[in-house]
Design a protein around this ligand. Structure first.
Ligand SMILES: Cc1ncc(COP(=O)(O)O)c(C=O)c1O
Length: 306
């Protein structure tokens, strides 16, 4: 498929989308009311980021997106090279150095009255916006208070969490649980009462120098992978195993990982201050996370055409 010519740098200052094969300003980025992506959350997506003018681990995000497409029986009309070009084009047109960059595929609109998803033509969308933080840096310094919701995250047997998806109703309701209690954000448990994930992030605990994160029932976050790899690089013991909620409440340190902010230290669990905030291991990982943004292996500099 031929791509339209790349828009000039800053053509859509502040935000650019790619819809129906064209780069457009965000105000023109629309989906059909009849797209199953809207009516059934029948969609998959991925979110990458750029930091100081370069994508971070873009290949890992594209790998996950293509793997999600396959598991969802979906396809997009773009090769990997084209996808990369579209994402770069959105950032370039938005004129952003630090960006939140989404790629989305929806089931599309089946013929009127049809109930068979195979009859729909999948639709591809992408966009770039200014970088989005799960919590602002001010809030991180002040200290995020995390609520442990009693809600059970959708079971992996129902919705495969390794496919990045819009099954978010449980996550959003858990956020209301948190706000009702005066907390900043929330994490959910799985059917066995282990800590799973939260709205847009994976969850880690540190106890006696050992870092732990959930082994299943969660999105395999690219930032989660980065945190695990950084532990290995720094010689910090890391275990991928169940985190029973009572043990989690006894953590020395807790942090979240997300493309929207990297490593985010937690100050309190349900109003109770953690013994260490920001803890020494979280601080090492935080520093290492931002430092590797400089390493060539993780960077894909945006072509701004300057
Ligand atoms: C449910 C959920 N878990 C975890 C994450 C973190 O994934 P990543 O590190 O790839 O951003 C996200 C990101 O949006 C998410 O939506």
């Amino acid at each position: 498929m031929n791509l339209p010519s790349l828009p000039r740098s800053g053509a859509f200052e502040g935000g650019c989308a790619f819809v129906d094969g064209a780069f457009v300003p965000l105000s023109e980025a629309k989906v059909s009311l009849f797209d199953w992506g809207f009516t059934r959350s029948d969609a998959t997506y991925d979110v990458a980021s750029t930091w100081q003018g370069a994508f971070f681990r873009l290949d890992a995000h594209m790998d996950r997106f293509y793997s999600s497409l396959e598991k969802m029986h979906m396809s997009i009309p773009h090769t990997r090279t084209e996808l990369r070009e579209i994402l770069h084009g959105c950032v370039r047109a938005a004129g952003l150095k630090d960006a939140y960059v989404a790629m989305i595929c929806t089931r599309g609109v089946p013929p009127k009255g049809a109930r068979d998803p195979r009859l729909a033509t999948n639709r591809f969308y992408a966009y770039a916006l200014p970088y989005v933080w799960i919590a602002s840096r001010e809030k991180q310094l002040q200290g995020i208070d995390l609520h442990i919701s009693e809600r059970v995250r959708i079971a992996p047997e129902s919705v495969d969490p390794t496919v990045k998806n819009y099954h978010w109703i449980d996550l959003v309701q858990s956020l209301f649980d948190a706000y009702d209690r005066g907390r900043d954000t929330s994490c959910m448990v799985d059917g066995q009462g282990n800590i799973a994930e939260g709205p847009g992030f994976n969850v880690f605990m540190v106890k006696n120098g050992v870092v732990r994160t959930a082994h299943r029932g969660v999105l395999e976050g690219i930032s989660r992978r980065t945190a695990i790899e950084l532990c290995e690089r720094l010689g910090i013991p890391v275990r991928i195993e169940p985190l029973p909620a009572p043990e989690f409440r006894q953590a020395d340190e807790v942090f979240l990982t997300s493309t929207g902010g990297g490593i985010l230290p937690i100050a309190k669990l349900d109003g109770k201050p953690l013994p260490q905030f920001p803890g020494p291991i979280t601080t090492r990982l935080y520093d290492a996370y931002w430092a590797i943004h400089e390493e060539a292996a993780y960077r894909d500099p945006v072509n701004y055409g300057e």
